[in-house]
Design a protein around this ligand. Structure first.
Ligand code: ADP
Ligand code: MG
Length: 365
């Protein structure tokens, strides 16, 4: 029997009516399966519908159309406290007048847990988030990072099956944020709970997730592992939103040995092995800067695309060369600085940009 997903969305649409603006579809027909025990991330720019999606799962809001299922069961109309789901917000929303232990045990008290069990669970949770000594403090006596740990302990205490995390790290400074990223990964691994994590930060999504859903304007554009969405973006938006990318337009002009021949804007011809690239069709191709290489020269017959270095931006581990390709776009080429003091190319120098055939990605849109 197939294992039911922890969270499923089937054709979920949420339309808001706003005076003067008419209707906005915060979510537009979203289908999604989040597996049990996954660290799953919703990634997209502000306003793309991430919080709206979480609110549907938590039960703070209901779809205009479509269904949300938890472990295969429809949950329409089930109030938030009856769902095996808990949420951690960006603002930790701790009760300021209550002690840390009081905050962590609050939901358990509401659920009628006996005192001894409650206290044991609170101690266990404070151990889990590595704040065993701080149960008596008030939230105001804690740092931002410690408050976030308390919020996590509080959300995990009633043993939810799914934890929703709405940009929980965005209020923290960079160093603390990096620490909490590792901490969250550990908590997910140790508890085995399904985490649905929201961020607009692509690097955070890549480093933390088992899988990522990339969203734009109420739609899920692509779902996959960090490697999938980075190395094989299917959409122009996904290619540009995640990491740096070089884009070039072209047209499919024929076929040879099962590969599509594409004439790129600027005159280069490349052979691509990709599905669905029919003759005559305009295409957009993307290639990551680190998949490109500089070769000496810049004349014909060097096997690369000739151009001139416009800028060389040194950033320690690597250097980004901006190369204006003859008759074409400017591409960024990233070269690792393996040996000290050696620049691969100087500004103004003629070079060739070499692209391995399998480095090209064909994009929709
Ligand atoms: P995100 O969390 O990705 O930043 P949201 O889910 O908060 O995005 O919002 C998605 C869209 O829905 C936005 O255009 C937002 O303005 C709109 N929206 C969200 N909540 C409401 C609401 N209560 N009333 C009207 N529009 C809303
Ligand atoms: Mg939001």
């Amino acid at each position: 029997m197939p294992v039911a997903a922890a969270v499923s969305l089937r054709g979920v649409t949420r339309v808001y009516h706003t005076a003067g603006e008419g209707e906005t579809a915060a979510l537009a027909g979203v289908d999604l399966d989040i597996l049990d025990n996954e660290f799953f991330t919703l990634l997209g720019p502000s306003g793309c519908g991430k919080t709206t999606l979480l609110r549907m799962v938590a039960g703070f809001d209901e779809p205009t159309e479509g269904h949300v299922l938890l472990f295969g069961q429809p949950i329409q109309g089930l109030p938030p406290h009856r769902r095996p789901v808990n949420t951690v917000f960006q603002s930790y929303a701790l009760f300021p007048h209550m002690s840390v232990a009081g905050n962590v045990g609050f939901a358990l008290e509401m659920l009628g847990w006996p005192r001894a069990e409650r206290e044991a669970r609170v101690a266990e949770m404070l151990d889990l988030v590595r704040l065993p000594e701080l149960g008596r403090r008030k939230p105001g006596q804690l740092s931002g990072g410690q408050q976030q740990r308390v919020a996590l302990a509080r959300a995990l205490a009633p043993r939810p099956k799914v934890l929703l995390l709405d940009e929980p790290l965005s209020a923290l400074d960079l160093k603390l944020r990096k620490e909490m990223q590792i901490e969250l990964k550990r908590l997910q691994r140790e508890t085995g709970i399904t985490f649905v994590f929201v961020t607009h930060d692509q690097e955070e999504a890549l480093t933390m997730s088992d899988r990522i859903a990339v969203m734009r304007s109420g739609h899920v554009l692509q779902v996959g592992s960090p490697r999938d969405v980075y190395e094989h973006p299917r959409h122009r938006f996904v290619a540009q939103f995640i990491g740096e990318t070089n884009l070039v337009g072209g047209r499919v002009v024929g076929e040879a040995d099962g590969a599509a021949l594409v004439d790129l804007d600027g005159g280069m011809r490349v052979a691509l092995r990709a599905d669905g690239v029919g003759a005559g069709r305009p295409v957009t191709l993307a290639v990551r800067p680190e998949r490109l290489r500089l070769a000496a020269g810049g004349g014909d017959g060097d096997g690369g695309w000739p151009g001139t270095v416009g800028e060389a931006v040194y950033s320690g581990t690597d250097t980004a060369y901006h190369v204006a390709l003859d008759g074409g776009p400017t591409f960024v080429v990233r070269e690792q600085n393996r040996a000290a003091g050696t620049a691969t190319a100087a500004v103004g120098e003629r070079v060739s940009v070499v692209v391995e055939p399998d480095a090209w990605q064909v994009l929709e849109d």
